[in-house]
Design a protein around this ligand. Structure first.
Ligand code: KMT
Ligand code: NI
Length: 178
Protein backbone atom coordinates (compact mmCIF):
# COMPACT_ATOMS: atom_id res chain seq x y z
CA UNK A 1 0.00 0.00 0.00
CA UNK A 2 1.15 3.51 -0.76
CA UNK A 3 -0.82 6.67 0.02
CA UNK A 4 -0.45 10.18 -1.33
CA UNK A 5 -2.53 13.24 -2.12
CA UNK A 6 -4.36 12.99 -5.45
CA UNK A 7 -3.20 15.67 -7.88
CA UNK A 8 -6.71 16.74 -8.97
CA UNK A 9 -5.51 17.06 -12.57
CA UNK A 10 -8.26 16.01 -14.97
CA UNK A 11 -7.50 12.90 -16.99
CA UNK A 12 -7.68 9.11 -16.96
CA UNK A 13 -8.80 7.96 -13.49
CA UNK A 14 -6.62 4.81 -13.85
CA UNK A 15 -3.38 6.81 -14.00
CA UNK A 16 -1.59 7.41 -10.67
CA UNK A 17 -2.39 11.15 -10.31
CA UNK A 18 0.45 11.34 -7.80
CA UNK A 19 1.00 14.86 -6.42
CA UNK A 20 4.32 13.69 -4.89
CA UNK A 21 2.96 14.54 -1.46
CA UNK A 22 2.95 11.32 0.59
CA UNK A 23 0.34 10.60 3.24
CA UNK A 24 1.47 8.92 6.47
CA UNK A 25 -0.14 6.00 8.25
CA UNK A 26 -0.88 8.39 11.14
CA UNK A 27 -2.92 10.59 8.81
CA UNK A 28 -4.80 7.54 7.51
CA UNK A 29 -5.48 6.34 11.05
CA UNK A 30 -6.66 9.82 12.03
CA UNK A 31 -9.47 9.56 9.47
CA UNK A 32 -10.36 6.08 10.68
CA UNK A 33 -8.67 3.83 8.14
CA UNK A 34 -7.11 0.54 9.19
CA UNK A 35 -4.51 -1.38 7.24
CA UNK A 36 -2.63 -4.65 7.54
CA UNK A 37 -0.16 -6.23 5.14
CA UNK A 38 -0.76 -9.98 5.16
CA UNK A 39 1.35 -11.91 2.63
CA UNK A 40 -0.52 -14.39 0.47
CA UNK A 41 1.60 -17.34 1.47
CA UNK A 42 -1.18 -19.81 1.99
CA UNK A 43 -1.42 -18.88 5.66
CA UNK A 44 -4.74 -17.14 6.18
CA UNK A 45 -4.51 -17.26 9.96
CA UNK A 46 -3.90 -13.51 10.26
CA UNK A 47 -7.00 -12.77 8.15
CA UNK A 48 -9.03 -15.08 10.34
CA UNK A 49 -7.64 -13.39 13.45
CA UNK A 50 -8.56 -9.87 12.28
CA UNK A 51 -11.95 -11.15 11.13
CA UNK A 52 -12.61 -12.77 14.51
CA UNK A 53 -11.45 -9.72 16.49
CA UNK A 54 -13.61 -7.36 14.46
CA UNK A 55 -16.64 -9.61 14.09
CA UNK A 56 -16.45 -10.14 10.34
CA UNK A 57 -18.29 -13.42 10.19
CA UNK A 58 -18.80 -13.63 6.45
CA UNK A 59 -16.78 -13.22 3.29
CA UNK A 60 -16.95 -13.56 -0.46
CA UNK A 61 -14.74 -12.61 -3.40
CA UNK A 62 -15.11 -10.03 -6.14
CA UNK A 63 -13.19 -9.90 -9.43
CA UNK A 64 -13.16 -6.48 -10.96
CA UNK A 65 -12.25 -7.42 -14.52
CA UNK A 66 -14.18 -7.54 -17.77
CA UNK A 67 -14.51 -11.31 -17.40
CA UNK A 68 -15.46 -11.12 -13.72
CA UNK A 69 -18.21 -8.51 -14.11
CA UNK A 70 -19.44 -9.35 -17.58
CA UNK A 71 -22.11 -7.02 -18.90
CA UNK A 72 -22.14 -5.07 -15.62
CA UNK A 73 -18.51 -4.04 -16.12
CA UNK A 74 -18.93 -0.47 -17.42
CA UNK A 75 -21.75 0.35 -14.99
CA UNK A 76 -19.81 -1.02 -12.01
CA UNK A 77 -16.59 0.77 -12.94
CA UNK A 78 -18.53 4.04 -13.23
CA UNK A 79 -20.40 3.44 -9.95
CA UNK A 80 -17.27 2.60 -7.96
CA UNK A 81 -15.77 5.95 -8.97
CA UNK A 82 -18.76 8.06 -7.89
CA UNK A 83 -17.99 9.64 -4.53
CA UNK A 84 -20.06 7.77 -1.94
CA UNK A 85 -20.35 6.44 1.60
CA UNK A 86 -21.73 3.24 3.13
CA UNK A 87 -23.53 2.59 6.38
CA UNK A 88 -21.01 -0.15 7.19
CA UNK A 89 -17.29 -0.68 6.86
CA UNK A 90 -15.85 -1.51 3.44
CA UNK A 91 -13.27 -4.24 4.07
CA UNK A 92 -11.12 -5.56 1.27
CA UNK A 93 -8.25 -8.05 1.26
CA UNK A 94 -6.48 -7.92 -2.09
CA UNK A 95 -5.89 -11.39 -3.53
CA UNK A 96 -4.62 -10.43 -6.99
CA UNK A 97 -3.95 -7.30 -8.97
CA UNK A 98 -4.11 -3.70 -7.77
CA UNK A 99 -6.23 -0.58 -7.73
CA UNK A 100 -6.82 2.81 -6.15
CA UNK A 101 -9.08 3.69 -3.24
CA UNK A 102 -9.53 7.46 -2.96
CA UNK A 103 -10.71 8.67 0.43
CA UNK A 104 -11.61 12.17 1.55
CA UNK A 105 -9.44 13.67 4.23
CA UNK A 106 -11.37 15.56 6.89
CA UNK A 107 -11.71 18.49 7.33
CA UNK A 108 -9.66 19.50 4.25
CA UNK A 109 -11.82 17.42 1.86
CA UNK A 110 -8.60 16.62 -0.05
CA UNK A 111 -8.54 13.32 -1.92
CA UNK A 112 -6.02 10.83 -0.57
CA UNK A 113 -5.17 8.11 -3.10
CA UNK A 114 -4.28 4.67 -1.74
CA UNK A 115 -2.67 2.22 -4.12
CA UNK A 116 -3.53 -1.26 -2.89
CA UNK A 117 -1.65 -4.39 -3.93
CA UNK A 118 -1.85 -8.10 -3.29
CA UNK A 119 -1.74 -8.80 0.45
CA UNK A 120 -3.22 -5.46 1.58
CA UNK A 121 -6.14 -5.62 3.98
CA UNK A 122 -7.87 -2.24 4.09
CA UNK A 123 -10.81 -1.17 6.23
CA UNK A 124 -12.69 1.99 5.27
CA UNK A 125 -14.87 3.14 8.15
CA UNK A 126 -18.63 3.46 7.74
CA UNK A 127 -19.49 7.02 6.73
CA UNK A 128 -16.22 7.98 5.03
CA UNK A 129 -16.51 9.48 1.55
CA UNK A 130 -14.56 7.43 -0.95
CA UNK A 131 -14.39 5.98 -4.46
CA UNK A 132 -12.51 3.18 -6.23
CA UNK A 133 -10.86 2.71 -9.59
CA UNK A 134 -8.77 0.07 -11.29
CA UNK A 135 -5.27 1.15 -12.29
CA UNK A 136 -3.85 0.62 -15.78
CA UNK A 137 -3.36 -3.11 -15.11
CA UNK A 138 -7.18 -3.34 -15.24
CA UNK A 139 -7.44 -6.16 -12.76
CA UNK A 140 -8.18 -6.66 -9.08
CA UNK A 141 -9.52 -9.61 -7.14
CA UNK A 142 -10.45 -9.08 -3.51
CA UNK A 143 -11.94 -10.83 -0.53
CA UNK A 144 -14.86 -8.82 0.88
CA UNK A 145 -15.39 -9.28 4.59
CA UNK A 146 -18.62 -8.36 6.36
CA UNK A 147 -20.43 -8.86 9.63
CA UNK A 148 -23.95 -10.04 8.82
CA UNK A 149 -25.83 -9.07 5.70
CA UNK A 150 -23.55 -7.09 3.42
CA UNK A 151 -24.52 -3.41 3.39
CA UNK A 152 -22.84 -2.32 0.20
CA UNK A 153 -25.43 0.17 -0.94
CA UNK A 154 -23.48 3.21 -2.12
CA UNK A 155 -24.96 6.51 -1.00
CA UNK A 156 -23.61 9.09 -3.38
CA UNK A 157 -22.48 12.27 -1.69
CA UNK A 158 -25.20 14.88 -1.34
CA UNK A 159 -26.82 17.13 1.25
CA UNK A 160 -28.66 13.99 2.44
CA UNK A 161 -25.47 12.01 3.09
CA UNK A 162 -23.93 15.01 4.86
CA UNK A 163 -26.57 14.55 7.56
CA UNK A 164 -26.80 10.73 7.40
CA UNK A 165 -26.49 9.39 10.96
CA UNK A 166 -23.65 7.02 9.99
CA UNK A 167 -21.81 9.99 8.49
CA UNK A 168 -22.31 11.99 11.68
CA UNK A 169 -21.19 9.01 13.80
CA UNK A 170 -18.11 8.75 11.61
CA UNK A 171 -17.24 12.41 12.13
CA UNK A 172 -17.68 12.00 15.87
CA UNK A 173 -15.50 8.88 15.82
CA UNK A 174 -12.60 10.83 14.31
CA UNK A 175 -13.18 13.54 16.88
CA UNK A 176 -14.34 16.40 14.75
CA UNK A 177 -18.14 16.38 15.11
CA UNK A 178 -20.34 17.74 12.37
C1 KMT B 1 -16.16 -1.34 -3.96
O1 KMT B 1 -17.16 -1.60 -3.27
O2 KMT B 1 -15.80 -0.19 -4.23
C2 KMT B 1 -15.39 -2.43 -4.43
O3 KMT B 1 -15.71 -3.55 -4.13
C3 KMT B 1 -14.23 -2.11 -5.28
C4 KMT B 1 -13.50 -3.28 -5.75
S1 KMT B 1 -12.79 -4.29 -4.51
C5 KMT B 1 -11.11 -3.87 -4.51
NI1 NI C 1 -17.66 1.96 -1.43
Amino acid sequence: MRAYYFDNIPGDQRLPHDSSRPVSTDTLNAIGLLHWQIPLDGNEAKIDQVAAERGYKNRDTISVTKEGLGELYETKIKGFFEEHMHEDEEIRYILEGSGFFDVREHPTDAWIRIHVLEGDLLVLPAGIYHRFTLDTENKIKALRLFKDEPKWVPHNRSAATDSNSYRLDYLNSIGVGA
